[in-house]
Ligand binder design. Structure first.
Ligand SMILES: [Zn+2]
Length: 419
């Protein structure tokens, strides 16, 4: 089946071309030409005059949306994949906070099933991002203390991390975890689901952290430094051990200081590391978003939503993150104790803010929201508009609101009313 999208401004990797026509054959983009020309017989044509077409958004860090959390009973991965299309997402890494081995196994099985047999009208399910059991308890944010583990092998791994940092396990919270398990148990679940875990967030400074980075990198995972109190040297050690990613830069790591640049300075200073930034204008001030992107270039930064089940819900709504209640506020989601618990951002919201509020061009925003995550995750054929690429794309109106989302040449969200 051949489809043409005509009259739109196409956001290409190096320029905006428009008005122009993009032709889709089966699941691929086969041609991009300026202007239009007569609509060919036997072709489904969409007149998108006044609209923008951008590559489908790829969110490497999203816990859920519309009241659904990846760790909810039943692992609603397919439902999340369906709901995210309305926000222009065409591929995403289902993201989990620290959880038990049983919970993790359930999620990874759901991810495997969704990837093996994709449901219609859903975003592509990518391998998971584990925000992980192997983080610094002092920088855990909304993650459950009782599920954190030191990645040392042996019986000591049952003890939660942090006793050396003066933040030993709280007996009540350990009990809340509901089960006794070790670091090895978690690693065994990961190993038993080959190809289903893309990114693992690790704090490199915890006991055994660097060995764990090396172990995970050797096993083919992308290790991300984050939820960490690492200083500059500890951050660089994590990079030297093979980490190539940083989890929500600036959030849940020591503040950047000109004499103590910390993990922020280490990853900004490392050419091999790409960083995630929550682009809601609240988690990170726009001035720092601009500064970080100026340093790394858009090819070194991935806009993420870090969206929770609260994303898409109105202020005041209740939802959950890894089984713990959260409340939606205007700018973010919070645990009942006031802890910031992720965002209520969506990728279309991130794209819009990057362009409208932070001063980035459409081309730069497309790199941040699609091209760079695709490149860094090695997603062949995704992340940009060009002949030969998969037809994963988003149609935005003049206000940059999502009107249509296409995955593999199929309209998965929005009406065909524009045709
Ligand atoms: Zn997160």
């Amino acid at each position: 089946m051949t489809v043409t999208l005509g009259g739109a401004n196409l956001v290409l990797p190096d320029r905006v071309l428009g008005p122009a026509t993009l032709t889709i054959d089966d699941d691929r983009i086969v041609e991009i030409v300026p202007a239009g020309g007569p609509v060919r017989a036997g072709v489904t044509h969409h007149d998108l005059t006044g609209h923008f077409v951008v590559p489908g958004f790829i969110d490497v860090h999203v816990h859920g949306v519309d009241g659904l959390d990846s760790l909810d009973t039943g692992a609603p991965i397919e439902a999340i994949a369906r709901r995210l299309t309305r926000h222009g997402v065409t591929a995403f890494c289902p993201t989990t906070v620290a959880c038990t081995p049983v919970q993790l196994a359930v999620v990874l099985a759901a991810i495997e099933a969704a990837r093996r047999n994709p449901a219609p009208e859903t975003a592509r399910v990518l391998p998971a991002h584990l925000e992980s059991n192997f983080i610094n308890p002092e920088y855990r944010g909304a993650q459950p203390l009782g599920c954190l583990r030191v990645p040392l092998m042996g019986p000591t791994s049952r003890v939660a991390v942090g006793s050396s940092a003066g933040a030993g396990p709280d007996a009540g919270q350990l009990a809340d975890a509901g089960s006794e398990f070790t670091a090895e148990d978690i690693l065994a679940v990961i190993a038993a689901a080959p190809g289903q875990v893309a990114i693992v967030t690790v704090a490199p400074e915890i006991d055994g952290g660097l060995d764990l980075v090396r172990h995970l990198v050797a096993a083919g995972h992308r290790v991300s430094l984050g939820h960490s109190g690492a200083d500059y040297d500890q951050g660089l050690a994590g990079v030297a051990a093979g980490a190539t990613h940083a989890t929500h830069l600036f959030n849940r790591m020591p503040p950047f200081h000109h004499r103590a640049p910390g993990l922020v300075g280490a990853v900004l200073d490392s050419e091999t590391v790409a960083v995630e930034i929550i682009c809601d204008g609240y988690h990170v001030h726009p001035a720092l978003v601009r500064s970080a992107i100026a340093r790394k270039s858009p090819s070194g930064v991935m806009a993420i939503s870090d969206g929770t089940a609260g994303s898409g819900l109105p202020a005041g709504a209740r939802a959950s993150l890894g089984g713990r209640p959260i409340t939606v506020h205007e700018h973010a989601a919070f645990l009942d104790d006031g802890t910031l618990a992720g965002s209520v951002l969506t990728m279309s919201g991130a794209f819009r803010r990057l362009v409208r509020e932070m001063g980035f061009s459409l081309v730069e925003a497309a790199h941040l929201c699609a091209t760079t995550p695709a490149q860094r995750l090695g997603l062949i054929g995704q992340g940009r508009l060009a002949a030969g690429m998969l037809a994963d794309l988003v149609v935005l109106d003049a206000d940059l609101a999502v009107q249509q989302t296409w995955v593999g040449g199929r309209l998965v969200f929005g009406s065909g009313a524009a045709s």
